[in-house]
Structure formats: C-alpha cells, structure tokens
Design a protein around this ligand. Structure first.
Ligand SMILES: [Fe+2]
Ligand SMILES: [Fe+2]
Length: 298
C-alpha cells in the first residue's frame, strides 16, 4: 500500500508503519475476505469452513488484531481520537484524503476507496431508501483514514468484538484470542466481564477501528439508525450470528434491524459496475450539505 504525495499536511504526525503491522497488501483484502465469508447462497456448512477462504496475509492480520486489541488499547485509542481534536475538515476533504490510500495491485480491477463508498450508496439509493440511509452508505468507511494517521491495520479494520468480557466463539479465528493479554485476566473472562447484564452497547468497549471513529465524527449530524449502521457495521458476531445478546438492551435489538439492513449493501455492491463518479457527484454534494456544515471536527 502506498500513498500519493498530496495531503502531506494531514500526514505530518504519521508514524512509519512497521512491516509487521501491515500484513495485508491492501486494506480491502479484509473487506474482500468478509464478502467471501458471507457470499450469497453459501450454505451453513460452507460458511463454517471460512478459514479456507482466508489467505495467509488475512490470517496473520487476524492473529495481530485479536492479540493486540486489549481493553486498555481501546480506551487509549478512544481517548486519542474520540475527542475529535485533529482539526476541522469537510467530508469531501477527508474523502479525497482517504483516496490517497492507493493499492499496489491492479488499478483497473480494484475500485478506489471513494468508488466503494459511492457503489454502496448508489445500491442503497437504487432501492429507494431514505436519504440518510444513502448518506450512511457514502460515509461508512471514511474512518479508514485512521490508517493514514499511522494506525496499524489491526487497529483500523477487522471484525469488531467487545473487550473486557469473554470472547465469543462466533468471532472469526477465536483461537487467536489466547495471545491477547486480557485472556489472562479472569475478571475480563466471564460472560459479562466488566459490564452489567443488558447494559447496552453504548456502554461496551468494542475493539477499536474505523467504525467507532466515523460514528464519533458524524454522530451529531445523523439519525440514530444511521449511527448504528456506521458504528456496528463490522460487528459481525452480533449482527450476523446473534452473539453478545447478554450485553445488548431492547433498544440495541431494535436498532440492529437497521445494521442488518445496511450490511448487504456493504458486502455485495463491490461486484457491480464502476460508478460514473462525474455524473452522480452533484447528487452526493447536495446530500452531504443537507446534513453537514462545511467543516466538521475530526
Ligand atoms: Fe467498513
Ligand atoms: Fe465498506
């Protein structure tokens, strides 16, 4: 993965990525693995064999993700980023910035980051969903700019899961949690861990990544259904497999209907034709300015 030379001012604090923190050739390798895992029409038996779909780099990525995402790490990253102290930028400046994440692989077949956002949003728009839903599609992966801030891949993407309580075997590669230091803390390894039964996901510290960051950046501008879509779109153990119900409250259960409604657009819009960016951009400019002021805190 490399970056183009623009936006150097945004990159000034970026620490060089150590080789071992970037096992994926491109961030999209993780997204592609998830899409394969949930390929439409896959039988339950085929699904349970998901490890066959994971190449060695994806497997190494999960090994790191499950090892390093401790509760302390999550709290540290939330303190670092969720106060939104990195300055004011428009949605469009950040979308352009995200697009500087250029893949080393074939540019003819791989869509850019903005194209993925537009494809997701366009599929939602074509199905006649409300404007805020289309907007959620356009925004949902903007939090991947964390990678450009210098965060390792395992802190940006990956299936999210609660920290501070026992790991569910519904999270992919659950065996890798054995290397997480929290596994050695008995108080974190009960069904509820540090949480109260049905305390609500807002009180639960999920592993840190692009979901939580974009949720925080956009929360005060979007309806709650969209907030849930952004915040929990990578929480597959819960929205696909029904795990962690003991931490969710009634409100979470109701709102997860929307997370599930959103998920197929994220997973399955990639194979579609490349969006005609020039033609549809005016619609998205208007949509973004309907919900957001020119600059927001990041
Ligand atoms: Fe995502
Ligand atoms: Fe996505």
């Amino acid at each position: 993965m490399k970056q183009t030379e623009e936006h150097s001012s945004l990159r000034e604090n970026r620490a060089p990525l150590k080789e071992h923190q970037a096992p994926l050739k491109e961030l999209d390798e993780w997204d592609d693995f998830v899409a394969t895992r949930y390929r439409q029409g896959k039988s339950e038996e085929e699904f349970r064999n998901y490890k066959a779909d994971a190449n060695p780099t994806v497997t190494e990525f999960y090994r790191q993700n499950h090892k390093y995402q401790t509760l302390d790490f999550v709290l540290e990253k939330k303190a670092e980023y969720c106060g939104l102290k990195r300055g004011q930028k428009s949605i469009w400046e950040m979308a352009d910035y995200l697009n500087t994440l250029v893949d080393d692989s074939d540019p003819d077949t791989d869509v850019t980051q903005i194209e993925h956002l537009l494809q997701t949003a366009e599929a939602i728009r074509k199905d006649g969903h409300p404007r805020w839903f289309v907007l959620a599609g356009f925004l949902h992966d903007l939090g991947k700019v964390l990678c450009l801030y210098g965060e390792p891949q395992w802190a940006v993407v990956g299936d999210t899961f609660p920290t501070g309580c026992a790991y569910s075997d519904q999270v992919v590669f659950p065996e890798f949690f054995a290397a997480n230091p929290d596994s050695g803390k008995p108080e974190y390894q009960t069904q509820y861990g540090i949480y109260e039964p049905h305390c609500g996901l807002d009180n639960v510290h999920l592993s840190f990544g692009h979901d939580e960051y974009i949720f925080r950046v956009t929360e005060k501008y979007l309806p709650e259904e969209a907030q849930y879509m952004l915040r929990y779109h990578s929480f597959y153990a819960a929205h696909r497999h029904g795990a962690y119900r003991q931490l969710m409250n009634e409100h979470d259960n109701a709102m997860f209907e929307w997370v599930r409604k959103f998920n197929p657009y994220d997973l399955y819009s990639k194979g579609r034709e490349r969006p005609n960016t020039k033609e549809i951009l005016p619609y998205y400019r208007e949509l973004v300015s309907e919900f957001f002021p020119d600059k927001i805190d990041w």
